[in-house]
Ligand binder design. Structure first.
Ligand SMILES: *[C@@H]1O[C@H](CO)[C@@H](O)[C@H](O)[C@H]1NC(C)=O
Ligand SMILES: *[C@@H]1O[C@H](CO)[C@@H](O)[C@H](O)[C@H]1NC(C)=O
Ligand SMILES: *[C@@H]1O[C@H](CO)[C@@H](O)[C@H](O)[C@H]1NC(C)=O
Ligand SMILES: *[C@@H]1O[C@H](CO)[C@@H](O)[C@H](O)[C@H]1NC(C)=O
Ligand SMILES: *[C@@H]1O[C@H](CO)[C@@H](O)[C@H](O)[C@H]1NC(C)=O
Length: 382
């Protein structure tokens, strides 16, 4: 799959670039080759591709007590067990990496070193979205991204161009996945969106909007136009998959329509105020609509949209207004709210081929190896 690479050389190369030219780092010369110094992410030689999603890791709770750090020891153990068993081709950390309410300004990004350690040691390419708990007086999405880029040679996390993403929402980007290393165009684009939320940094902290900013809608349109011009229209050869920490507002309406046979998995969190984007404050209801419209209008062959945030839910369901499949992650971290019997684990997503017409198989895997809620996400789903 991945060529053997000298991790330390990649890391040093990055450090050199970051120090020599911090401004140009954000705007790669070729916008369609955003990772010139990293190995290309590719399908396996048998035509499959496996993504494992860790979500809501919530590192850093109560560092002044014994149980907080013990939770993180447990979460790291879970990551090591899952990575050794699942051997994914790519990992997504889908937001709320850190419980920022509990962290200290002087060392909050050290938690990123702990979180990425298993990914570094297994040498798995990965990237992150960020959640409402990753924006707090002592930590921001941008600080987490910068730290991850510094300490994780196989991090593909990027920031949006200046002016895109809104207040405290820099973590919007895409990652190309190729069928073969030398191909001219990718067969899959992974999209990552920053749904913001939480609180602004510093002493007079205020609430940050908890939805993907309007500016992202235009950026999606612009990026897909660039891709089509360079690579050709997606047609029946280029697919997409999207990740965003807080589920879009439209997901709230799906819960009453769930069919536990078709849409298996834990359904223990009743979606209410704050469970989906732009529902915390009634004055802002539905403010993620521009993003949701643009994503579904411009990103063709979108297999699914995947979110975390609501730890008690792990189902998938087709969203009828956009005819797109939505799936919840599985709560992975020992930090963050939980309840008896919910367990901790991951969502696996497996592409059986690079063809957009072939569905994805997806299921929940718990720490101990138990699996459940297996679904085939294809045209016939729901
Ligand atoms: C951060 O500093 C606090 C206060 O000194 C300490 O309790 C905590 O363990 C430190 N956390 C990390 C991740 O180093
Ligand atoms: C850590 O995991 C063990 C099970 O492996 C569990 O008994 C313990 O309660 C967990 N500790 C915390 C603080 O979550
Ligand atoms: C932020 O960090 C400062 C300095 O370490 C600490 O005094 C303060 O309590 C932290 N704030 C919060 C909200 O935890
Ligand atoms: C925070 O607000 C207080 C009270 O209004 C003010 O005195 C202080 O200067 C503010 N701090 C910052 C960093 O703006
Ligand atoms: C739930 O799905 C099953 C399997 O597709 C179907 O047989 C059943 O009629 C559905 N139930 C409802 C209430 O729609």
């Amino acid at each position: 799959m991945l060529p053997a690479i000298a991790l330390s050389a990649v890391a040093l190369g990055f450090l050199f670039v970051a120090r020599a030219a911090p401004a140009t780092r954000q705007v790669p010369l070729d916008p369609l080759n955003p990772y010139p110094t990293k190995p290309r992410v590719t399908f396996r030689s048998d035509g499959t591709f496996k993504i494992t999603v860790f979500s809501d890791l919530h590192y850093g709770e109560n560092p002044w007590d014994a149980w907080g750090p013990q939770q993180d020891v447990n979460s790291t153990k879970l990551m090591n067990i899952v990575l050794a068993d699942e051997k994914p081709d790519y990992v997504v950390l889908n937001g709320d990496l850190i419980t920022g309410e509990n962290t200290f300004r002087q060392n909050s990004t050290k938690l990123i070193d702990e979180i990425v350690a298993p990914l570094n040691s297994f040498r798995i390419p990965f990237s992150s979205t960020h959640g409402n708990h990753d924006n707090e007086p002592n930590i921001t999405h941008l600080e987490e991204i910068r730290r991850e880029q510094l300490v994780a040679p196989l991090s593909y996390t990027r920031t949006a161009p200046p002016g895109v993403g809104g207040e405290e929402g820099p973590g919007t980007y895409w990652v190309p996945v190729y069928e073969h290393e030398g191909d001219a165009a990718p067969v899959l684009v992974l999209w990552f969106f920053d749904s913001r939320g939480g609180f602004s940094p510093g002493e007079n902290s205020t609430a940050v909007p908890d939805w993907v900013d309007d500016t992202v809608a235009g950026w999606i349109e612009q990026q897909t136009a660039l891709m089509d011009a360079a690579w050709g229209a997606p047609g029946d050869v280029r697919a997409a998959l999207a990740f965003v920490h807080i589920p879009p507002h439209a997901i709230q309406a799906l819960q009453p329509t769930l069919n536990s046979t078709q849409d298996p998995g834990l359904n223990a969190d009743l979606l209410g105020s704050g469970s989906t984007q732009a529902t915390t404050d009634s004055a802002n209801l539905g403010k993620d609509q521009a993003f949701w419209d643009s994503l579904n209008a411009n990103v063709k062959n979108l297999h699914a949209v995947i979110s975390g945030h609501d730890h008690g839910n792990e189902w998938c369901r087709r969203e009828p207004t956009k005819n797109v499949i939505f799936c919840f992650d599985k709560h992975s971290g020992y930090g963050g709210y939980s309840d008896a019997g919910w367990g901790h684990g991951v969502r696996n997503v497996v592409f059986s081929s690079p063809l957009p017409s072939d569905g994805l198989e997806s299921w929940i895997r718990l720490e101990g190896g138990e699996t459940r809620a297996r679904v085939l996400l294809d045209q016939n789903y729901n």
